[in-house]
Design a protein around this ligand. Structure first.
Ligand code: DHB
Length: 370
């Protein structure tokens, strides 16, 4: 995304990608795009298939105490969300970039970063058995939570904030029509469940599980009985179908501050990770890309460094709002082992409070303005 936005400002970039095109285009991740993400893709000329295939949703539903509570996102905020899988976004970005002739080096491993404190940083990488070096003006680490970029920053120059969660999500893709017209976030004695969608024929569902759970020890019958137990009831029944993908997602909150060191800038998961509840991960990365594209184009067009200097502070303001939101959604909806009956009742009261006063949740769910 950053490479596209830079190209529109006539700034050259090279994308170094550690995996193959096929791998990144097949990795299943979340699927909720905030309004700001959709608008940015559209403005950047990347929204053609998104407009055709994305499903616009105007509300979400919470299920607890055997009832449904709808949050009318559009009535509360004037905005909506779009369901469009992250790997579909990647397919669109990669294709548009390659069509424009923009270089993407796939299967390339970053080896080392050099001279980050100077105006002429460099990066060495390995691709198809050959080493090469790129001399550049800036390096942006968009290489994820376990990427090399953050580790190139000297210990002591970064402050790290983190929190682990004692559960994960079991995620499945199902060949079935939607069980409901909108996403369902369910809080149940047995644990959290989320009923999402991908297309009229494919549904995405998750349920809270042990983070060490092995997907292979779950038969289709066992998965359905767990999901029905948490979501189905007298008023509603999940639609079953063939499960054709399953996996366990770990959950973590993480922030590294500041999001730059000299001429190395961090964006997306390289600097921050949120637990998936609320689907903020991709949207935060896109917001970072937007801020960096603006800061870099101002640097090149006007010789101004102020937006580069304030990038970290501006990005982190949004990151911490999303950290709080994702932690809050996670704490409100999941079952925590060993908590008292008091805490269970308190969790339900919190959900009742949100159902009665949903504006704050709705504003954060559709995304803060870019
Ligand atoms: C999806 C993932 C999320 O984390 C979420 O909060 C909502 C939907 C999804 O994959 O569809």
């Amino acid at each position: 995304m950053l490479a596209h936005l830079l190209a529109r400002a006539s700034i050259d970039s090279i994308v170094i990608e550690s995996r193959t095109r096929a791998e990144i285009e097949a990795t299943i991740r979340a699927g909720v795009l905030e309004q700001g993400t959709v608008d940015l893709m559209t403005e950047a000329g990347l929204g053609e298939r998104l407009a055709r295939e994305g499903q616009v949703h105007h509300g979400i539903r919470f299920r607890f105490n055997e009832g449904f509570h709808r949050i009318d996102l559009s009535a509360l905020t004037g905005k909506s969300i779009t369901i469009y899988a992250q790997h579909e976004v990647l397919k669109d970005l990669v294709k548009a970039r390659l069509d424009a002739g923009g270089p993407i080096y796939f299967s390339a491993q970053t080896l080392s970063f050099h001279d980050l404190e100077t105006d002429t940083p460099a990066l060495r990488f390995l691709q198809h058995g050959k080493e090469a070096e790129i001399a550049c003006d800036f390096i942006v680490g968009c290489d994820g939570a376990s990427g090399a970029a953050r580790h190139a920053i000297p210990v002591g120059a970064l402050r790290v904030f983190e929190r682990d969660y004692p559960f994960g999500w079991f995620g499945i893709l199902v060949a079935a029509p939607p069980s409901a017209p909108e996403l369902i976030y369910a809080s149940h004695e047995r644990g959290f469940a989320l009923i999402s969608t991908r297309s009229p024929e494919v549904q995405r569902m998750y349920f809270q599980c042990d983070p060490e759970e092995s997907p292979d020890s779950w038969s289709e019958d066992r998965i359905w009985s767990e999901l029905h137990g948490r979501v189905s009831g007298a008023d509603f029944r999940l639609v079953e179908g063939k499960i054709f993908q399953k996996g366990v997602i770990r959950m973590r909150s993480f922030v590294a501050e500041p999001m730059h060191y000299g001429r190395l800038f961090l964006a997306g998961d390289a600097a921050h990770i949120v637990p998936p509840t609320g689907a903020k991960g991709l949207n935060l990365a896109i917001a970072d890309a937007f801020l960096l594209s603006r800061a870099l184009s101002t640097f090149y067009s006007a010789g101004r460094r102020d937006l580069l200097d304030s990038y970290s502070e501006m990005a982190l303001a949004r990151v911490w709002r999303a950290q709080h939101f994702s932690w809050w959604m996670t704490s409100m909806l999941h079952r925590f082992e060993g908590v008292s009956d008091f805490d269970r009742r308190r969790q339900h009261a919190e959900l009742e409070m949100v159902a009665a006063s949903p504006t704050m949740l709705a504003e954060n769910y559709v995304g803060l303005p870019f």
